[in-house]
Design a binder for this molecule. Structure first.
Ligand SMILES: Nc1ncnc2c1ncn2[C@@H]1O[C@H](COP(=O)(O)OP(=O)(O)OP(=O)(O)O)[C@@H](O)[C@H]1O
Length: 739
């Protein structure tokens, strides 16, 4: 049966936003019999999904589901539906941002976004009319193949009017009992954030749960910046969420003038995790619906890029941001860097002149078997030095770069000639970006930073700036990103050069050099005054056995002179005991792959897929395994940080990902794949590459709550030396598998 439209009220949207929906749902739009808080009514060939207290004056989402509708011919109707729900939530609540990757394009009251993830290579865009019902409602009316001039794509307003005309009757209609039972292709589930933070409310956290260090952070006033440091699982995000809600509600009950921003590095973390945490803390949802006495929304949640997008509107200008938060973005960047490198290696001036005395370096750049390691190092040199400090070939900064001192964590480039060659590769890389009409995230940040110094923003920031800013995952922010933070405050928020920036970080979780670019000083004072430090040291996530392994792994981190900022200590675990982590040693890669997935699949069937993660430590193998038919259908892939919703769709298939894509999440059971020596065995390996590798292993292992299994294959050199410490200390048990 094909219906003409789907009509959903605001309350129902919030419930459906956390649901797991399968393609089979998009025919009848049925609800299981025992669905709490939602009902389904059919009127005049349109389906109404309404919350219990839905009323005719409520804000509505109307979706065209007819023959020319949104889901017609869609391979991934649920992906489109998720985006439609988010656009509706954004329409009702301006504090919800749309991910930059969807490329929202505004034309008057019309808006379009990409309908499916970038990785699906689909160009379909979903078009919305936001002026429906005098601006109250939102109407998802058409899809187009690629971006189109929205003024030429008109909505069928007669369909919208018909949908609204029957609303009153639908709202008053007795819900008929559902005629059949069975699977409807929809499962309403708990948001990720609520799952992580549990059901405790703000009062419970404040009265019984927070430890003294967390409490001292939460009780800090707004007259100075604070940096909250702590190893994985020590409750940084939790303490930040509690403080944000507490301070916002306190202010609401008082003068109600302050606005708050909660920034994360990944959009999915902000929207799928933080919002869920906030709802658990304040089920009355005041944090979401309240406004200041000036009519500004109380809390803005999202990423810096989303903030930049709302101010600078890139999509409208036809520019595409290249996000490096996902496997695909990084792969793409690697291709561009490799192309740039090849280009430079064909340049006689560089090869015969600049590098004439640098045979060994030239050989390293040219050697095909070292290509991927070199590209990786270059990528980090760009993120940590060149882009971080806006160094461009031919500028005064470049001169300083060519002969200035280098930090021990950087790619070793001892001579001026080597650095000159790297600058050339960077220049060629930037030219490629420009040719593709792509804007790198660093370039976006630089533009945003400049915008914040304009007269326009000087006027606007009185109104649109924030009084208090929380930054979670500060270790993922590049120097340029960190330096824009001061500019988004309201002028009145600062007292004697000190601004209420509250940031949480764990440098050991950073798997790129972007965090270190610009030196360690920015962790102390990113232009907001000197921060007060609070250290957290109790692990609330993992069992004492896993915590012990993390402590022993700590000794494998290269000693780094970061003036103490790199040190985070995990003192003890507050969880019940569990099994000692095991390292299984396989003869061959394929044996490892088959055995791990078999075990993980059995775990996932037993405890649910969203609680079991298989995390691969090696980039290239991850890519190969994603394509391997022998494990096809056994997992739910998570290949970008922006895809956390995938966790909810896991059902009884385990998650397959890399540590950096699941940062911020936790799982009952974690399988860490390929902790192999060959990734560290290369004697040419830079100190930076070594550190990034250990960081990745630590980040992956620290996602585990109860059970942690590591694996290695002899084909790739057997166990990595970083595991020697834990094995000798008895916090990791080694088992040989097979003859
Ligand atoms: N004082 C506490 N008592 C009980 N549980 C806590 C406490 N603090 C945090 N937790 C719980 O510990 C888990 C980890 O917390 P959280 O995600 O905030 O850690 P984190 O330091 O941000 O970790 P990571 O850096 O690894 O992402 C969550 O389930 C959180 O609810």
């Amino acid at each position: 049966m094909s219906y003409d439209a789907l009509v959903i009220d605001e309350g129902a949207i919030a419930i459906l936003d956390t649901a797991m929906i399968e393609p089979s749902w998009f025919g009848e739009f049925e609800l299981p019999e025992n669905t709490v808080g939602l009902r389904r009514v059919v009127m005049d060939n349109m389906v109404y999904l309404l919350s219990e207290k839905a009323d005719v004056s409520d804000r509505m989402l109307v979706v065209n589901t007819g023959a020319d509708g949104i889901f017609e011919g869609a391979a991934l109707p649920h992906a489109r539906f998720e985006r439609i729900l988010r656009v509706a939530l954004r329409h009702f609540d301006r504090n919800i941002a749309l991910p930059v990757q969807w490329q929202p394009y505004h034309d008057g009251s019309r808006l379009s976004v990409y309908g499916e993830p970038f990785s699906k290579k689909s160009k379909v865009r979903v078009c919305f009319e936001q002026a429906a019902g005098g601006g109250r409602d939102v109407f998802a009316y058409r899809v187009t193949d690629g971006p189109k001039d929205l003024s030429q794509i008109s909505p069928d307003m007669a369909l919208y009017d018909r949908a609204i005309r029957h609303l009153e009757a639908a709202a008053l209609c007795e819900t008929p009992t559902q005629p059949r039972v069975g699977s409807f292709g929809i499962l309403l589930s708990e948001p990720l954030g609520r799952q992580i933070s549990g059901a405790a409310t703000l009062e419970e956290w404040l009265e019984h749960k927070l430890n003294p260090q967390q409490l001292s952070f939460v009780n800090k006033s707004h007259d100075a910046p604070v940096r909250l440091r702590g190893a994985a699982g020590t409750g940084k995000t939790q303490a930040m969420a509690v403080k944000c809600i507490k301070d916002a509600l306190d202010d609401l009950a008082g003068s109600n003038t302050k606005t708050f921003a909660f920034l994360t590095h990944s959009s999915a973390l902000a929207h799928d995790v933080i919002r869920g945490m906030f709802s658990a803390l304040d089920p009355s949802e005041k944090w979401r619906t309240s406004k200041t006495i000036d009519g500004e929304a109380k809390i803005w949640i999202g990423t810096l890029y989303e903030l930049a997008e709302t101010r600078l509107n890139y999509a409208q200008k036809g520019l595409r941001p290249l996000s490096l938060d996902g496997q695909e973005g990084r792969e793409y960047q690697k291709i561009l860097i490799e192309d740039a490198l090849k280009h430079v290696l064909e340049n006689p001036r560089i090869v015969l002149d600049v590098l004439s005395e640098e045979r060994a370096f030239l050989e390293m750049l040219s050697a095909m078997d070292r290509r991927s390691a070199v590209v990786d190092d270059l990528m980090n040199e760009f993120a940590g030095a060149l882009d971080a400090e806006n160094i461009r070939k031919g500028t005064a900064e470049a001169d300083r770069y060519l002969s200035g001192p280098r930090e021990s964590w950087q790619m070793p480039l001892p001579s001026k000639a080597q650095r000159e060659a790297v600058l050339e590769v960077h220049d060629a890389y930037r030219a490629l970006l420009k040719r593709e009409r792509l804007l790198s995230m660093d370039q976006m940040t630089a533009d945003f930073g400049r915008y914040l110094t304009t007269y326009e923003w000087e006027q606007l920031k009185e109104k649109l700036g924030f009084d208090v800013i929380f930054v979670d995952e500060y270790h993922y922010f590049s120097r340029n990103e960190a330096m824009t933070l001061q500019g988004i405050f309201r002028p009145r928020a600062g007292t004697s050069g000190r601004w209420p920036l509250l940031m949480a970080f764990d440098l050991k979780q950073s798997t790129s050099d972007a965090a270190l670019g610009g030196g360690v000083e920015r962790f102390r004072n990113p232009g907001v005054g000197v921060t007060t430090k609070i250290d957290l040291s109790v692990n609330y996530r993992s069992t004492p056995q896993i915590t012990k392994l993390l402590q022993d792994l700590d000794a494998s981190f290269p000693a780094m002179d970061l003036e103490g900022e790199y040190d985070t200590h995990i003192a003890s675990s507050q969880q019940s005991p569990g099994p000692i982590p095991i390292l299984k040693v396989y003869n061959r890669d394929l044996e490892l792959l088959d055995a791990v997935f078999k075990e993980a699949a059995a775990d996932a069937r037993r405890i649910g897929g969203r609680d079991v993660a298989v995390l691969c430590l090696n980039d290239q193998l991850f890519e190969v395994y994603l394509k391997a038919s022998r494990i096809n259908g056994m997992y739910t892939p998570l290949t970008t940080r922006e895809d956390l919703k995938g966790v909810q769709y896991a059902r009884n298939r385990c998650i397959f990902s890399m540590p950096e894509y699941v940062a911020g999440l936790q799982f009952d059971t974690v399988y860490l794949l390929h902790v192999d020596q060959s990734d560290l065995g290369d004697e040419m390996l830079s100190q930076g590459a070594r550190r990034r590798y250990v960081n990745r292993a630590y980040l992956g292992a620290s996602r585990a709550q109860c059970k942690l299994l590591l694996s290695t294959s002899l084909e790739r050199g057997g166990k990595s030396e970083i595991l020697d410490g834990p094995i000798n200390a008895g916090s990791l048990i080694q088992q040989k598998v097979g003859a």
